[in-house]
Write a protein that binds this ligand. Structure first.
Ligand code: SF4
Length: 450
């Protein structure tokens, strides 16, 4: 019998985040505007749609950023981008007979950088082309440093009912190290403005593993964040991938906490948030027990998509904006990442899809197992395999890796029932990876497991 691996060795393994399966590195140009057009045209007229609008601009670039964004110091690119988004809403509305939008999510970048007038114009256009009468959630990511009262008034008038604030860390020396000066008071003022205008559902996004960050810094940040009573919190590990995000080269790798300290930081922040009354949601989210996400987690209906954990159960996700990713029942589809290429397609009256992945029955099964594992900390993969293929052993190719993780103390296997141990929860991506046939084939380079 082999010796169990230490948590440090496990934490340093490199695996995908599994916000989709197959993961984005498996997307190819075989899914283009023609294929995506067929998928969107095939949606039922009463299908529920989720819209994701990506705005790839920020005032300045934070050194730790892992998003697809660039600096816009003037308004011209924002105006041009808005015009193309307006045209893209028309293109998409022509491409599908589905009209019922249940979720809208604005991500970036800093979508609020568009400002009240442009955001209102875009929401009005969506409302002209689609039916927003049954909308459940209209969410936007905000940079607290750029939020003022006119913006919040406009968001409330547009029907925004949830806001996610990028916080990361509340300590001055860490904020300096990541190029993002944002004192606690800035966040508190932003939360106050949102609540004043009726946007009560507030998420705060925190990070561990940042340069010069200690366990004490992470705990102080978590405690200060909880003092603002957000309905949800996310706690992401900083992913240092300077070969992919070149501005991260500005971060001195020697100032980054090591794998052991990252583990300690995640555990200490989790303990602090649990002590404040938050429920742990999957790998990296927390919610107040009365929040819809906490309820979904308890009821086994939590989902996972490109934004991480979600309660969104729409039939299709349509991505708008450069680089955005959508999902139809047949597979994933991604817009051109480059703003110029995206604009040229839209101006020609076409979808700008340049790559994606048609999902096979096997992909759907494996993706479903990974989703349940990451949402519920446990999955009966034999039962899911039997329901999909009639053969409970269809996923037994995962067993050798799973048995290895069992020896490491990450999970317990009872036949084909897999349950993560408490100690193993931070390593759930390693258990998910056991079902990933593409990873086994050795394609792609990813961030560390914790
Ligand atoms: S504000 Fe957010 S998206 Fe923009 S550069 Fe900073 S981390 Fe990246």
């Amino acid at each position: 019998m082999s010796t169990p691996l230490s948590p440090l060795v496990l934490a340093e393994r490199s695996v995908p985040r599994y916000t989709s399966y197959p993961t984005a590195p498996q997307f190819t140009p075989t899914v283009d505007a023609t294929v995506a057009g067929r998928w969107l045209a095939g949606l039922a007229t009463d299908a529920a749609l989720s819209l994701y609008l990506h705005v790839p601009y920020c005032r300045s670039i934070c050194t730790y950023c892992g998003c697809h964004t660039k600096a816009a110091r003037r308004d011209d690119p924002l105006e041009a981008y808005t015009e193309t988004l307006l045209a893209e809403i028309d293109v998409v509305a022509r491409a599908t007979p589905a009209r019922r939008v249940t979720h809208i999510h604005w991500g970036g970048g800093t979508p609020s950088l568009l400002g009240p007038e442009r955001l209102t114009r875009l929401v009005n256009r969506i409302a002209e082309r689609f039916d927003l009468s049954a909308i459940i959630e209209h969410a936007i990511e905000l940079d607290p440093r750029t939020v003022d009262e006119p913006l919040v008034e406009a968001l409330a008038a547009c029907g925004v009912n949830r806001a996610s604030l990028g916080v990361q860390d509340m300590n001055a020396h860490v904020q300096e190290a990541i190029g993002r000066i944002q004192p606690f008071e800035v966040v508190a003022t932003c939360v106050g403005l949102l609540r004043k205008h009726g946007i009560a559902a507030v998420n705060l996004d925190l990070m561990y593993g940042l340069p010069k960050q200690s366990v004490e810094d992470v705990v102080r940040t978590a405690t200060l964040a909880a003092s603002l009573s957000p309905s949800r919190l996310a706690l992401f590990g900083y992913a240092h991938v300077p070969w992919f995000k070149t501005h991260q080269r500005l971060i001195d790798a020697a100032t980054l906490p090591g794998a052991g300290e990252r583990l300690e930081q995640a555990a200490a922040a989790t303990a602090a948030l649990v002590a404040e009354g938050y429920q742990v949601i999957g790998l990296d989210h927390f919610a107040r027990p009365d929040d819809p996400m906490a309820i979904a987690a308890r009821e086994g209906t939590l989902r996972r998509n490109f934004q991480g954990y979600t309660t969104d159960v729409a039939d299709a996700l349509i991505g708008l904006g450069a680089s955005s990713i959508g999902r139809a029942p047949e597979g994933f589809m991604q817009n051109a990442p480059d703003v110029g290429a995206w604009r040229r397609a839209v101006e020609a009256g076409q979808l700008s899809i340049v790559r994606g992945c048609a999902v096979s029955q096997d992909d759907v099964l494996r993706g479903g197992v990974i989703e349940r594992l990451m949402c519920d900390f446990a999955v009966d993969f034999g039962a899911l395999a039997a329901a999909a293929t009639g053969e409970s052993h269809a996923l037994d190719d995962a067993l050798p890796d799973l048995e290895g993780l069992q020896r490491d103390g990450v999970l317990e296997l009872d036949g084909r029932m897999l349950r993560l141990t408490d100690r193993g929860r931070p390593f759930m991506r390693l258990a998910a990876a056991a079902f990933d046939v593409y990873l086994r084939a050795g394609k792609g380079r990813h961030s560390v497991a914790v």
